[in-house]
Design a protein around this ligand. Structure first.
Ligand SMILES: O=C(O)c1ccccc1NCC(=O)[C@H](O)[C@H](O)COP(=O)(O)O
Length: 261
């Protein structure tokens, strides 16, 4: 069983437990459910946008502990001050050390910035939950979902006013997953089945395969500003970065330094 299969199996158990605790109709009455969302796509295409989607990430299956000493409020405030176009906040606890409380604090700290709920979405319940948490964008990972599941989850997310970030790693995933329920296409440079790649080749290979109407985002393994310059030449407008910032003692400053070079 790959790590992705393990994560998805755990996620299905967690969702079943969450459904037993809080019903969909309760979710629809609470939190930020009625809030209007910010647009990730619009934020990325602004002429002055940095394109950076800055991630709060404590640990990961590929790297282990990255940063377990800093708070989400301090880190995300630093990211936004440095010019992040969007925040990404992990809500998976088991594998990434994120929590719903992290998301809530990021939302309250940064009311005017789009925030991606970074988790493994496998059930419509999580889409409603994301809206009630105050998410603007949800992630749909093609390696973990069938085309029918992507359509169902994406259609629901869009009907609730959120955007969808479709994540693919190769052309087969891209070709079977696109639809009008997808807002933005992200190429994950990391192969989630075996963590083999540590470069951004996947983004380069897929750049001209992504239809022009979708804003392109490159995700993972972005270790320096020169890589962003290179990817911009391939048409990328968004750059999802976690570890490079989170492994420093001041992630906001690390983003500032990235943007200066
Ligand atoms: O990061 C992992 O090890 C990982 C393992 C299994 C599934 C997903 C995983 N990462 C999710 C991500 O998409 C990254 O957190 C995100 O793109 C930022 O990547 P990085 O800049 O390399 O931290």
């Amino acid at each position: 069983m790959s790590i992705l299969d393990q994560i998805i199996a755990t996620k299905r158990e967690e969702v079943a437990a969450a459904k037993a605790r809080v019903s969909v109709s309760q979710l629809e009455k609470q939190g930020y459910f009625a809030r209007a969302c910010h647009s990730l796509a619009m934020s990325l295409v602004q002429p002055a946008s940095t394109g950076i989607i800055a991630e709060f990430k404590r640990k990961s299956p590929s790297k282990g502990i990255i940063n377990d000493s800093m708070g989400v409020d301090e880190v995300t405030r630093g990211y936004v001050a440095a010019g992040a176009a969007c925040l990404s906040v992990l809500t998976d606890t088991e594998y990434f050390g994120g929590t719903y409380a992290d998301f809530d604090l990021a939302r309250r700290t940064n009311p005017n910035t789009p925030i991606l709920r970074k988790d493994f979405m496998v059930d419509e319940y999580q889409i409603v939950e994301a809206k009630s948490m105050g998410a603007d964008v949800v992630l749909l990972i093609a390696a973990a979902l069938s085309p029918a599941e992507i359509k169902t989850l994406g259609t629901l997310a869009r009907s609730l006013g959120m955007e969808t970030l479709l994540e693919v790693h190769d052309q087969e995933e891209l070709d079977r997953s696109l639809g009008d329920y997808i807002s933005v296409v992200g190429v994950n440079n990391r192969n989630l089945k075996n963590f083999s790649e540590q470069n951004v080749e996947a983004s380069k290979v897929l750049a001209d395969k992504i239809p022009a109407q979708f804003v392109k985002v490159s995700e993972s393994c972005i270790s320096g500003p020169e890589i962003i310059k290179d990817l911009k030449g391939f048409g990328y407008r968004g750059f999802l970065i976690g570890e490079s910032f989170m492994k420093t003692s001041n992630p906001g400053q690390a983003l500032t330094d990235f943007l200066k070079q």
